[in-house]
Structures are given as structure tokens and as C-alpha cells.
Ligand binder design. Structure first.
Ligand code: AMP
Length: 302
């Protein structure tokens, strides 16, 4: 069916209690498209600066990601600097430099316009809507965002959410967006902005899905070697949307399964800095961890 994503492609500088990485490959669309590439054809829309090395573009091409929508503009690539303390669930943003994203005017290649599945990864909600306007009747639109945009562009974000079917959002950001501390109330409030399904990402505690007719709770895979949680949310979304686009049948059961696939992809991401874990990740490893996930939540009814 194909999957289109717009979001950030970035240089990240990250500090965790276990080490540091400076100016490494990152960005919401980068993590998303890499994770999704294991399941479906991915079309990427983003912008980088002239300082962006060819080796990173080659990495995306090696994952068979369509980069015809990745523009190279005059100026510097988006940069994000963040820090995690021992509670790895909460990133602290130290610096955000929009650079080429400040004047980005996304123009979809003709071949992208009839993509069935669309993911608006974390980026300016104005750009998210601009991309959505250029797609012809998508089957499913999902979206992510963060405090940076909730605090600066709330009105624009709410406008974008009117056209979104599924919102994936961090626990703290769900509370901030809805102004509700209780997560059930938060999900209901966000649904009133447009999305029919809300997936609340809770870091090492897993994910909660709310729809009108059901609630689903998935644990996170218990990982002993968590090095860098950057990109976990986007890798989750990549696995989730990649799987849904590959089955191309949106049912409650398939959404639940997609949440587990997303959790599997996030669990690999956190095992190394940047996208390093995906450089060597195989389909067999993904299948094995999916089976382990089943065991994790299996219990007998006596
Ligand atoms: P997450 O999956 O939530 O850990 O997302 C991490 C990625 O989001 C990093 O690689 C950053 O480059 C990117 N990011 C951070 N802040 C922003 C922002 N304001 N807009 C778009 N992308 C961002």
C-alpha cells in the first residue's frame, strides 16, 4: 500500500547516563522510516542542509526508503540536543535549531500523492497539514507531536488534528495537550479534537490505546541494555504504521497487533545510540522478539 512520512531529519547530540553522542543521525522521520522499512515501502518528505553527508542518505537508500521527497536546501540541517537522567522516560531538550525547516515548503513528488497510509511525524504542525493537503484521499492518517509544538503552535496543531485518525503521543505531552492529568480523560479530550484513536506512549511502561469501543494496554519489552531512548517513540510509530500498511486492513485486532510490532521496533532502537541498532537488525531478530512478546503477556485461564 505504501507509507508516506513527513518529519525531521536531524543531527542529534544526546547525553544519557551511559554515554554521549554528538551530531549523529537522528530526526523523527529518520527513525520512523527506518523502522517502517522492515514492513512496507516508505516515502520520505523532509529537508536537510548542505552540511548533510551523503553517507546518511545512502543509509536510508540501503533500507529501500524512497528519498525523492528529501530536499537538500541552502543552510544547516535541523539540530536537536537532549539529555536523559536515570529516568530514561523523559527527554530534556537542551537546544532545538530548526535551521532549514524554518523556511521549508514541502512539495510532494507526483508519485507520492496517492499513498494510502500517511504519518505526520513530529514537526511543525503547519508543515504536517501542508503535506496532508497534497495527498489524495489517504486510507489512514496518523500523527505525532511534542511539547515544543504544543507550547508554540497549539492553534495550528489543533487544526492539523482535525484531519488525523490516530494520534501517537507521550504520556506527559498527552497531559499537556489535553490539560487533564488522568490519562483516560486526557485521551477522551484529545479525541474531541479529531483523532478517533489515541495511543499514549509510556516509555519503559509500554503503550495504551484508546478508541471509542476499546482500550488496549501493551507492556514495553523489558530490556537490560537500554543505552539511548532517543527515537523510541518514532520507531514505535514506524513499526506500528509499517505493519498496518502491510496488512492494509484496519481492524481493532490488527491495530493491537501493530502496537506490539511497534513496541518490538522501539525495544531495538534503545539498545544503541542514534540509528546504530538498525544498521545490523535482521527480520529474524524482529520475529523472535515478537514471539518473546507473546510469552511476556501470555497467561492461562484456569
Ligand atoms: P523520540 O522518538 O520522541 O525520542 O524523538 C526523537 C527525535 O525527535 C530526535 O531524533 C530529534 O531529532 C527529533 N526532534 C526533537 N525535537 C524536535 C522538534 N521540535 N521537531 C521535530 N523533531 C524533533
Amino acid at each position: 500500500m505504501g507509507l508516506l512520512v513527513v518529519g525531521s531529519v536531524a543531527f542529534d547530540s544526546v547525553e544519557t547516563p551511559f554515554g554521549k553522542a554528538k551530531d549523529v543521525l537522528g530526526g523523527s522521520a529518520t527513525y520512523f522510516s527506518t523502522a517502517a522499512s522492515y514492513f512496507t515501502d516508505v516515502r520520505l518528505v523532509a529537508v536537510v542542509g548542505r552540511d548533510f553527508p551523503e553517507k546518511h542518505i545512502n543509509f536510508l537508500k540501503k533500507k529501500k526508503i524512497d528519498v525523492r521527497g528529501l530536499q537538500k536546501a541552502k543552510g544547516k540541517t535541523f539540530r536537536w540536543k537532549g539529555k536523559y537522567d536515570f529516568d530514561l522516560n523523559q527527554a530534556q531538550t537542551l537546544d532545538t535549531q530548526l535551521n532549514v525547516f524554518a523556511s521549508f515548503n514541502p512539495k510532494l513528488p507526483e508519485a507520492y500523492k496517492d499513498t494510502g497510509y500517511v504519518f505526520l511525524a513530529n514537526i511543525d504542525p503547519v508543515l504536517q497539514l501542508e503535506v496532508l493537503r497534497q495527498v489524495k484521499r489517504p486510507k489512514l492518517v496518523a500523527c505525532d507531536t511534542m511539547n515544543f509544538w504544543i507550547e508554540r503552535k497549539l492553534k495550528e496543531l489543533k487544526k492539523t488534528l482535525k484531519f488525523v485518525d490516530i494520534l501517537t503521543i507521550n504520556e506527559a505531552e498527552a497531559r499537556e495537550l489535553s490539560k487533564e492529568s488522568n490519562l483516560v480523560k486526557a485521551a477522551r479530550r484529545i479525541m474531541s479534537y479529531g483523532p478517533e484513536i489515541i495511543i499514549i506512549k509510556r516509555g519503559e511502561y509500554g503503550a495504551l490505546m484508546f478508541s471509542d469501543s476499546s482500550v488496549f494496554s501493551a507492556p514495553a519489552y523489558p530490556i537490560e541494555s537500554v543505552f539511548d531512548p532517543t527515537g523510541a517513540g518514532d520507531s514505535f510509530a514506524g513499526g506500528f504504521m509499517g505493519y498496518l500498511s502491510s496488512v492494509d486492513n484496519i481492524t481493532d485486532a490488527n491495530i493491537r497487533q501493530a502496537i506490539i510490532v511497534g513496541s518490538v521496533m522501539a525495544s531495538f532502537d534503545v539498545e544503541d545510540f542514534s540509528l546504530n541498532r538498525f544498521k545490523k537488525l535482521t527480520t529474524v531478530e524482529i520475529e523472535n522478539r515478537y514471539d518473546e512478546f507473546k510469552q511476556l503477556t501470555y497467561f492461562d485461564d484456569l
